[in-house]
Design a protein around this ligand. Structure first.
Ligand code: SAM
Length: 245
C-alpha cells in the first residue's frame, strides 16, 4: 500500500485486482476514445473558441487537448505540488499553483471556462461538492462555462463501484476507496443551485477494462451520448454548465 503525501487524497494500492488484469494498451483504447469524444462535444456545444481556462485538479494532464494554446490561456491548480511544477515545465499550462478545489481564493469573474476533469469524483470522497460548484459560478465570466468530466453512478460500472465502496472492497478491487461515481441528477441540480444553466452528455458508454475489440465495437454507441434520455447512463459524463450573460 502506498500512502499519499497529500492530506486529503486516499492511499492507492497498485497490487489491486483490476490493474493486475488490465493491459495498458486496453486502457489506451478507452483514453483515446474519451479524448476524441470530449473534443467533439466541446467543439459542438461549448461555444467558446478562446479565452482563459482554469483547470482544477489538473494532475499531469490539465486539459490542453481541449483548450490549445495560444487561443486558450490555461491556469492549472492541483493539491499535488509535483503536478503543478510538471504542467508548467511541459508547457501544458501557462501558469500553475497549488490549491484545493472550493477554496482557491482567485479573482471572481476571471475565467471563461472552469474545468474539473476527473476530479469531482475524488473531491466527493473528501467532502461535499457544493463549494466547487459555488466557486466555479463565482469564477466564471458571464457567458462562461463550467465543464466537468466524471464517472456516472447510473452506468452498470458506476453502480458496481458504489457497491464496492459501500462494501469496503474498492481498494482490493481497483486500488483506492476515493472514486465516488456521481449521480447525473445531482450534477444537474448542483449546477442549477448556483445559478448555472446545465446540460449533460455521455462521453462514453464503454469501460476501459473491456477487451479492446469490444470497446471498438461499442464506440459507435457513444454518438447517442447527447440524447437527454440516454446521456445520464454514460460511464463517463460531461456536464457543461453556463453562467448566464
Ligand atoms: C484523476 S486525477 C485527474 C487529473 C487531470 N485533471 C486529468 O484529467 O488527467 C485527479 C487530480 O485531482 C487532484 N485533486 C484531488 N483532490 C483535490 C482537491 N481537493 N483540490 C485540488 N486538486 C485535487 C489530484 O491531486 C489529482 O491530480
Amino acid at each position: 500500500m502506498i500512502d499519499s503525501e497529500y492530506a486529503r487524497a486516499a492511499p492507492h494500492d497498485p497490487e489491486n485486482l483490476l490493474d493486475r488484469l488490465s493491459r495498458p494498451s486496453t486502457l489506451g483504447v478507452n483514453y483515446e476514445q474519451i479524448m476524441q469524444r470530449e473534443r467533439l462535444l466541446l467543439d459542438g456545444r461549448l461555444g467558446i473558441a478562446s479565452g482563459d481556462v482554469l483547470s482544477v485538479g489538473c494532475g499531469w494532464y490539465p486539459g490542453r487537448h481541449l483548450f490549445p494554446a495560444p487561443k486558450f490561456r490555461l491556469v492549472a491548480v492541483d493539491s499535488n505540488p509535483e503536478c503543478v511544477v510538471a504542467v508548467v515545465e511541459t508547457g501544458q499550462a501557462d501558469e500553475a499553483r497549488v490549491g484545493y478545489a472550493g477554496e482557491l481564493g482567485l479573482t471572481p469573474s476571471s475565467f471563461d471556462v472552469v474545468l474539473y476533469r476527473l476530479v469531482l469524483h475524488h473531491v466527493a470522497y473528501q467532502g461535499p461538492l457544493e463549494p466547487c460548484f459555488a466557486e466555479a459560478a463565482d469564477l466564471l465570466r458571464p457567458g462562461g462555462a463550467m465543464v466537468a468530466v466524471e464517472p456516472g453512478l447510473w452506468h452498470p460500472v458506476g453502480l458496481g463501484l458504489a457497491v464496492a465502496n459501500w462494501a469496503g472492497a474498492a481498494t482490493a478491487i481497483h486500488g483506492t476507496p476515493d472514486d465516488i461515481p456521481l449521480s447525473p441528477r445531482q450534477l444537474l441540480a448542483q449546477a442549477r443551485a448556483v445559478g448555472l444553466v446545465p446540460e449533460l452528455h455521455a462521453v462514453t458508454f464503454s469501460w476501459r477494462r473491456l477487451p479492446a475489440a469490444l470497446q471498438r465495437g461499442l464506440a459507435p454507441l457513444d454518438a447517442l451520448g447527447s440524447r437527454p434520455r440516454v446521456a445520464p447512463f454514460g460511464h463517463t459524463l460531461m456536464l457543461i454548465a453556463r453562467r448566464k450573460r
